[in-house]
Design a protein around this ligand. Structure first.
Ligand SMILES: C[S@@+](CC[C@H](N)C(=O)[O-])C[C@H]1O[C@@H](n2cnc3c(N)ncnc32)[C@H](O)[C@@H]1O
Ligand code: SF4
Length: 451
């Protein structure tokens, strides 16, 4: 049997499984875990341990058709300005709820498009965040940047506020692919953005690419990658296009007949991975690459890689405080998501309460299974001895699953003693293997494809 036939038989092209940026996934969150849980969890934080902070800006000037992020279009700054006011109110509420003296080790501004903010709003927002969370000594501040929606003044404002890493959205440089995903982004504009970032002293650069887009071919993705390599990024995220028009209505504008077929999509991912690896980047987890010596590469090499809502991270912090519409907070005891729709979020904050609308309180084997899934997604191996060291004897509840995985995935995995490992040729199935540990399969939810 051809290798791809074997992968296909194991579900590569048909399985619909989560990306496991959390476990349980947001699809199983319930309204029973909301603002009251959020308030208790925030108040119980230990001020001696720095937290990570995620802040969401749900606005874009253009709405790319392929995009599945929580965002809305706006042509004027009015709603954005008003939203910054709501964020300030939420931050004031957090300040009243959190123990005094809380510090942040990491801050990430995501979206949507954080760089829709003009310099004066960047400064206003950064000041409001610092008023609640004091930056720790080794503070890191990363920002998602749309190269077509940024200029030198915005970059300088972000740099002045301490931005250490810029994450730029690229997806694909080919004009026909860009037209089919409703996202025009000339290479020259992107290059000018990278030059501005370097000139402003930003030393860490991540680029986001997507494979599996309409009209994408091997030659086109190879050309995109060569252009990306000319920027010498420290990190690359190479996401498989998640076509979920039943969730993200604007994806109905994507010409489905122009999407690459299963095998072509697989070959696009394989070619991209080969090119990045030959270019000197190290593959990290299922969809990232990093320069040797980059914090992510060091974390992966030393078994300290973690997974959070942004994907892979070297951030070991247990607590992530989410701010803004749709943001998810992670606490040792569970998750809570702010109201996803911007209007509903604003309403909750203006009514004087926290914005947590749905979540999940960890119970039973949740934390154990979450760690098992994270280890597989990060390290492609799971040693029950490691889980026992962390969770004690209850870790053995997962022991029967290891021979089941070995029997199902055959020579794509190894089982030695109580350690299961996914071999390089089976790694495209990692999400499917991880799903064996998932005990929360929700009714009626359709995830994106596994490959
Ligand atoms: C908030 S966006 C990027 C920031 C900025 N707004 C921009 O467009 O440059 C985050 C990233 O998610 C990825 N993404 C969005 N929708 C996706 C989808 N349907 N499938 C796979 N990746 C997707 C894209 O790579 C995108 O750059
Ligand atoms: S890719 Fe970026 S700019 Fe485009 S819609 Fe998504 S968040 Fe907005």
């Amino acid at each position: 049997m051809e290798h791809t036939d074997k992968l296909k038989a194991l579900g590569l092209f048909d399985a619909r499984v989560p990306r496991y940026t959390s476990y349980p996934t947001a699809a199983v969150f319930s309204p029973q875990t909301g603002a009251a849980f959020q308030a208790r969890a925030l108040a119980a934080l230990d001020p001696a341990v720095p937290v990570s902070v995620y802040l969401h800006i749900p606005f874009c000037e253009r709405l790319c058709w392929f995009c599945a992020c929580h965002t809305q279009g706006t042509r004027t700054l009015g709603p954005v300005d008003a939203y910054i006011g709501t964020l300030e109110t939420e931050l004031a509420l957090l300040r009243r709820t959190l123990p005094a003296g809380i510090r942040m080790g990491r801050l990430h501004w995501g979206g949507g498009t954080p760089t829709i903010l003009p310099p004066h709003l960047i400064h206003r927002l950064a000041k409001a965040v610092r008023g609640v969370f004091t930056p720790d000594d080794a503070f890191e501040f990363s920002v998602e940047i749309d190269p077509t929606m940024v200029d030198r003044a915005k970059i300088d404002a972000l740099a002045a506020e301490g931005m250490t890493r810029a994450s730029i959205g690229i997806q694909d440089f080919d004009p026909e692919v860009q037209a089919a995903i409703g996202r025009e982004q000339p290479f020259e504009v992107t290059r000018a953005c990278v030059e501005d970032l370097r000139a402003a002293g930003i030393t860490s650069l991540n680029t986001d690419l997507v494979y599996g887009l309409p009209h994408q071919t091997q030659a086109r993705i190879a050309d995109t990658i060569a252009k990306v390599q000319s920027f010498a990024p420290d990190r690359v995220a190479l996401f498989g296009y998640a076509h979920v028009p039943w969730v993200s209505k604007r994806q109905k504008l994507i010409p489905e007949e122009a999407l690459p077929g299963d095998l072509d999509r697989y070959r696009l991912a394989t070619l991209a991975a080969e090119m990045f690896t030959e270019g000197g980047l190290v593959p990290i987890g299922i969809d990232h690459f990093a320069r040797p010596g980059d914090e992510l590469e060091v974390a992966a090499r030393t078994g300290r890689l973690r997974r959070n809502f942004q994907g892979y991270t070297a951030d070991s912090c247990q607590t992530l405080v989410g701010i803004g519409a749709s943001s998810i907070s992670r606490f040792p005891g569970g998750y809570v998501q702010n109201a996803p729709a911007t209007a509903a979020y604003i309403q909750r904050i203006e009514a004087g309460g926290l914005a947590g609308a749905r979540g999940h309180e960890m119970a039973g084997e949740d934390a154990l299974r979450a760690r098992a899934i994270e280890l597989l997604m990060c390290d492609f191996r799971l040693d029950l001895a490691d889980l026992r060291a962390e969770f004690g004897a209850p870790a053995m509840a997962l022991a029967p699953l290891l021979p089941q995985i070995a029997a199902r995935f055959g020579d794509l995995v190894t089982l030695e003693g109580e350690c299961i490992a996914i071999l390089p040729e089976g790694r495209s199935l990692t999400r499917i293997v991880a799903s064996v540990f998932d005990d929360h399969v929700p009714d009626g939810v359709r995830y994106s494809r596994a490959s």
